[in-house]
Unconditional design. Structure first.
Ligand SMILES: Cc1cc2nc3c(=O)[nH]c(=O)nc-3n(C[C@H](O)[C@H](O)[C@H](O)COP(=O)(O)O)c2cc1C
Ligand code: SF4
Ligand code: SF4
Length: 255
């Protein structure tokens, strides 16, 4: 079965999880990376293909920017694997929300997963994940999806609440130190256009979604979150969410 991967992935961990699932399910994969793609052209995915869609969890939700970009993909009762990747705190309502969005777009969720990766704001939380244990879980998940797709499947129960959690804001923004060489990589790759090519050390606070991409793409490691508010939040997160969480998966009922 041909697989279509579709993901929003600012610091590349969601991309990595989605690609690992796809690799275990199909030899023929077409990828749509919507992190930096604001196209509004509709993409129709037929019922004999499989969509594997992934988003990171932002404040317990699907990132608002990803919601807009996902809605141009249209299924025709097309099976979908829906995946939220989160930084070892919790996924809250994000998997349910993603399932709801894709259902509205014409997809049928065959399986869902909440997989853990390094936290993109507080990298000591979930550090170095996904790791070998996570990839073993991903392989087992894909094998079960493959079995389910051989027959007919029905509804799926996914945890979460409707209405979804109301996200809270975090008053931190990344900026660059004197190590900045002015290369412009952060400005070119920022999904929201919050960094100007002319003065890339700064950030447009109104546009920045704190996704962390400018930090991971900076070749001189000049860019990061600075300040006392960030340090205090990091200390709290590092201690509150140090314990390793396990990946969770859900499957549609067989008919
Ligand atoms: C703005 C923002 C909010 C986040 N909120 C959560 C959260 O609610 N729960 C959690 O466990 N991780 C949270 N994270 C961490 C990301 O979900 C996690 O690092 C994910 O792997 C990032 O995916 P990416 O590498 O594809 O960007 C948040 C990260 C960002 C940038
Ligand atoms: S400036 Fe903000 S939105 Fe842009 S890449 Fe950096 S963290 Fe993401
Ligand atoms: S990627 Fe780093 S070095 Fe390049 S312009 Fe941005 S902050 Fe400066």
């Amino acid at each position: 079965m041909k697989a279509i991967t579709l993901y929003f992935s600012a610091t590349y961990t969601t991309k990595c999880v989605v690609e690992a699932i796809a690799k275990n399910l199909s030899n023929e994969v077409t990828a749509y990376d919507i992190t930096n793609d604001s196209s509004t052209d509709e993409v129709a995915i037929p019922s004999d293909e499989l969509l594997i869609v992934g988003v990171p969890v932002y404040a317990g939700r699907v990132p608002a920017m990803a919601v807009e970009r996902l809605r141009r993909f249209r299924g025709n009762n097309t099976p979908a694997v829906v995946v939220a990747v989160y930084g070892n705190r919790h996924y809250d309502d994000a998997v349910l929300e993603l399932h709801d969005i894709m259902t509205e777009c014409g997809f049928r969720t065959v399986a869902a997963g909440a997989f853990i990766a390094q936290h993109s704001i507080f990298p000591k939380v979930g550090a170095s994940r996904p790791d070998a244990e996570d990839f073993a879980d991903i392989k087992a998940f894909a094998e079960r999806v493959s079995e389910l797709l051989k027959g007919d499947f029905g509804d799926i129960q996914i945890p979460g609440n409707r209405p979804y959690k109301v996200p809270g804001g975090i008053p931190i923004w990344p900026t660059a130190s004197r190590k900045c060489s002015g290369c412009g990589a952060c400005a070119r790759l920022c999904p929201t256009g919050a960094i100007s090519l002319e003065s890339p050390k700064g950030v447009d606070k109104a546009k920045c979604i704190k996704c962390g991409r400018c930090i991971v793409v900076c070749p001189t490691k000049a860019r990061r979150f600075y300040g006392i508010k960030y340090s205090l939040a990091a200390a709290r997160f590092n201690s509150a969410f140090a314990a390793r969480r396990v990946n969770e998966t859900w499957f549609a009922k067989t008919r």
